[in-house]
Design a protein around this ligand. Sequence first.
Ligand code: CAA
Length: 259
Amino acid sequence: MSPEFILVNPQFDKHIALIQINRPKELNALNRQVMLEIKEALLQLDEDEQVRVVILTGGEKVFAAGADIKQMADATAMSMLNIDQFSTWDQIKKTKKPIIAAVSGFALGGGCELAMTCDMIVASETAQFGQPEINIGTMPGAGGTQRLTRAVGKALAMELVLTGKFISAEEALNAGLINRVVPVEVLYKETLNLARTIAAKSPVAVRLAKESVVKAFETSLDEGLQFERKNFYLTFASEDQKEGMAAFVEKRKPNFTGK
Ligand code: CAA
């Protein structure tokens, strides 16, 4: 069945897929269906050998104004526990291929959390980031208190989470939350440039390197270093490592196949 609230293009560009959230009237509010559709799309794209990088966007006007407040308004603690809607989000983290968020307009609450769950964020000058759940009597529930704090540090994370204020793309860049800020007209072009650079590398090395960077947030330094070392050794089981090093020695461009 085709998805209702997202658009998926597995061949947006060579080896690059695009997922676009498409609920413009609700400012791309992330209801459970949207997140299920993103999960399904990511599962498929992760298995698609042609795809090396995924771009996730909400379009040029808004990334996502958060979890769907109308859907949550009457929930009880028990219904939240039973539905466990945020478990759907785990798939984003489990995705082996790099995901780049292309953010324009509001990235609030769950929208900010969604962008932060991706591996990199390219933002347009109109982007605004925030965790305004405090304004509606709740708090971040899809990683905001953890990922934001790790990205920007305690001082700013605490301020955003406790006051609900938004920050601009420029402030987000200075705080280390995002990778770059570009004019809205070139958001896709610049995100594609980044995606193309990664898609030209060895998919095996990219996967193992991504895994290792992600690990840095979850382990002690010693465990992380052991994990990195094993992944480094593992790249030597790939044809891509042989090709990459041979190409360097022969002074030519490598042709990576993902084997
Ligand atoms: N959920 C459901 N609907 C939403 C929504 C949300 N998060 N955000 C916006 N909408 C809807 C509005 O209700 C409105 O619908 P109607 O036309 O039917 O009234 C439509 O989108 C347009 O919104 P506004 O008229 O409010 O647009 P605006 O430009 O005046 O304001 C805004 C934009 C500042 C983003 C404002 O909409 C807003 O504050 N939204 C809520 C932001 C928020 O609190 N996000 C956190 C949600 S909780 C969460 O995400 C929990 C978690 O950790 C996962």
